[in-house]
Design a protein around this ligand. Sequence first.
Ligand SMILES: [Zn+2]
Length: 251
Amino acid sequence: MNVETHAAIGRAISRHLHLVSRLEKRLVRGLEGPDRWRWREFPEFRAHHSIYPERIMDIVWSARRAYLAGDLGGALEALGVALHYVQDKCVVGARKGLRRIHNEVEREIASLEIPADAIREGFEKAECSPLFVRAVLYSIEPSANPAEALRSACLYSAMIAGAVYNPSQPPREVLEILERVKMEKAKKKRIAWILIALLAIGDLVLILTQPLISVILLLFSPTLLLLLVTLVERVNPRLYEQLAWYGLAQR
Ligand SMILES: [Zn+2]
């Protein structure tokens, strides 16, 4: 997709979010970024159309983190970069003999108007959740039809923008996850203390009967303790993600 189209979608999103001009500029700067960067400096971003969804997800995360930290400009710029890749993914790729079609589709897209209803629909569908964003990223299909490609680019961009640039408070499900994680941690902590106590008692008995084994056990104790702490702190990453989206856990 060419750089003017990226910027035009950005301005349509900005209008929907009622951004002031300083913030709109940051969003557009992000959207234009990948086409302006030199590939030598960012080799991993060279192929815009085949970038992995998880790579885009990482950029979305940096946008959401900036948003939670109150850095709206930084959030919008990172969001813009992520949306650039989303939009490029909607257009048929330029590789494997498709370059001619790709260029034609891009040229025709540039002459089309931004479908405002697709932007509106995207914001209506948006859910403030990382699971939602990931599902959107994995559902994008490239199209060789200019109008269709532009429409999906607008729809998906608005869906993701609405998920990231969203002031909602954590919903009930997320607060329930937080409670569950806290309870699980407390339970695991209790078990860990029991294991530590057993280990200490065992070692005391061994000091009296098998001093050599007790020394070996003592040598391994730090490793065992570290393992226990790690197990206590471990949380299912999918749950963790949902907490982190609202700043309730570090990611
Ligand atoms: Zn691009």
